[in-house]
Design a protein around this ligand. Structure first.
Ligand SMILES: NC(=O)c1ccc[n+]([C@@H]2O[C@H](COP(=O)([O-])OP(=O)(O)OC[C@H]3O[C@@H](n4cnc5c(N)ncnc54)[C@H](O)[C@@H]3O)[C@@H](O)[C@H]2O)c1
Length: 275
């Protein structure tokens, strides 16, 4: 195999585009990436970046080393069943980013005996700051594990989980979580505007502070709780904000939100899967 495997993305929506964007900006050759989606006009921008694009999923998948399944979980069964013959012939590594749906269901729809890595990525993959939780089924070889890591690590952090069920928690803590931070940013920007800042100034200060806090926590040798304490002077300003968050049970809100997220991942697996 060449240095770069041939990748086929089945589905070219938000998550596929975030991963493709991260790969290309990390130097992965666009000519080694294929993408399929039902309408060709929605693929025009990917074609202009040098990808091979098609409305035929089987054509996208033919001779691909890795097939990334990036359609909605609700579509997966209908998309995979017609690809079973090609899967039996080509035996690529499948990487599914679909929330919830188990490797067992995917394997069944593909006709069985397939190497499947489930990946829960997130959209910061687009700026190479993604976080990927990975699980491999028993048919995935060591070489394919390494291949999955080397492709996905171009989009950010890549960590394996031991149990497939742990991907529900990964979805709650990283897959869905960019949306929590965006929601928090929205609330901070709105509150700062109410305190008299322009939207532009409020936005810039909010985003730079989020970036600074994340970068500082990543580089620090102490945990986030200690970093928080270092901002919080006794009888100072921060203390009042922290006391307000605690009085409103921020920790409980976060726990309940993450439980609801993971529970939806579990119920999607039951509703839409075939285990
Ligand atoms: N968006 C995220 O933040 C995120 C994060 C982690 C995982 N995921 C997972 O990624 C997957 C895709 O989510 P998304 O947000 O990119 O959705 P999306 O709706 O943006 O993209 C889905 C794509 O699939 C295409 N599609 C529909 N039917 C198809 C078919 N028959 N054949 C080929 N392509 C078809 C659509 O045209 C669309 O481009 C989902 O399974 C989701 O659970 C998404």
């Amino acid at each position: 195999m060449n240095q770069h495997p041939t990748l086929a993305f089945i589905g070219a929506g938000n998550m596929a585009r975030a991963i493709i964007g991260g790969l290309i900006s990390n130097g992965f050759p666009a000519a080694k990436i294929r993408a399929s989606s039902p309408t060709i006009d929605r693929l025009a921008d990917l074609k202009s970046q040098g990808l091979f694009v098609t409305t035929d999923n089987a054509e996208a998948m033919s001779s691909a080393d890795i097939v990334v399944l990036a359609v909605k979980p609700q579509m997966l069964k209908a998309v995979l069943q017609p690809l079973a013959a090609a899967a039996a012939r080509n035996k690529p590594l499948f990487i599914s980013v679909a929330a919830g749906i188990t490797s067992q269901s995917i394997n069944k729809w593909l006709g069985g005996d397939q190497a499947i890595v489930r990946c829960m990525p997130n959209t910061p993959a687009l700026v190479k700051m993604g976080a990927n939780g990975l699980f491999a089924n028993a048919s995935v070889s060591e070489a394919q594990r390494s291949q999955a890591v080397s492709v996905l690590s171009a989009t950010g952090l890549t960590l394996w989980v031991e149990q497939e069920e742990q991907l529900h928690a990964v979805t709650a803590v990283s897959g869905s979580a960019p949306a929590y931070y965006f929601l928090f940013m929205e609330a901070m920007i709105a509150a700062a505007e109410k305190q008299g800042l322009s939207k532009e100034v409020a936005t810039q200060l909010t985003l730079q502070t989020a970036r600074g806090a994340a970068e500082m926590a990543l580089q620090s040798d102490v945990d986030p709780a200690e970093l928080r304490r270092r901002v919080t002077s006794p009888k100072g300003t921060t203390e009042q904000a922290i006391l307000s968050f605690q009085a409103n049970h921020l920790d409980r809100l976060v726990e309940e939100a993450m439980q609801a997220c993971a529970a939806r991942s579990v119920s999607m697996a039951k509703e839409l899967g075939d285990d």
